[in-house]
Ligand binder design. Sequence first.
Ligand code: GLY
Length: 306
Amino acid sequence: MPEAIIVHGGAWDIPADLHAEHVAGCRAAAEAGWAVLSRRGSALDAVEAAVRVMEEHPVFDAGFGSHLNRDAAVELDAGMMDGRTLMAGAVAAVKRVRDPISLARRVLHDSEHVFLVGEGAELFAQEVGMALCDPAELIVERERLAWERRRAAAPAAANSRAAFVARSSDTVGAAALDADGNLAVGNSTGGTFFKHPGRVGDTPIIGCGLYADNTLGAAACTGWGEQIMKTVLAKTTVDQIALLGNAATAANVAIAYFKLRIGGLGGIICLSPEGQVGWAHSTPHMAYAYRTAGMDAVVAALKSAA
Ligand code: GLY
């Protein structure tokens, strides 16, 4: 079975001065995932390794460096899914977890539940021996200043189309196929800038932000969560892979539906069960990277709208 990995580093109007960092962060993430796959590691391990690289990279809205919510707090969401078993794990609105993708993985393996939120998710982290961090440790100066500017500005809807395009979202994610033919997917985010406390987007929601099934394909979404949830975009994409037999076409068809039905702003990465990659977006930019069997190195790019 040919191994493959694809990652995304967000889809929005990424400022020009951040393009290079986005590309470098996506490249490092895909290389970390590929390193796992090339030593016959599992797709789940590859996805976790790739997403953790981006959670630790301050340019992305995930883990360290995430957007602040209306109360100047970082609240993180993440999810993982195993395409072999359909086991899934997700966490939302956690404030004291530096790498929420790893907590989502523990929920997938070690919890009888699929989705834990807030203090309950942090309690579970402690129960399985994961250290909690100081919430202040997740905040970077760029985000603190952005929050100060936003607070000083005239009141405006935090969840408007204009607000989304201007400053959201660098959600990160990865999909992988391992040598045993197993697919996995994971996503992680700090959510939208200046969001209402407790707001959760598509990122950790199975079927919306992510989906993986060995028999169909795998997909991870990025973009405006309120729209992605309403169109169940990850499962829609995976169903298109199964129907069309081509990951690239499936990503384009799913984004076309997303735009037509709801004026959708977002992006998709996906993998077919055979290891074909696909990506598409409706935002001004999307950052991504991938490597498949037969390639000598990771390809990383920041795609602009046509
Ligand atoms: N897609 C990230 C979010 O809306 O939270």
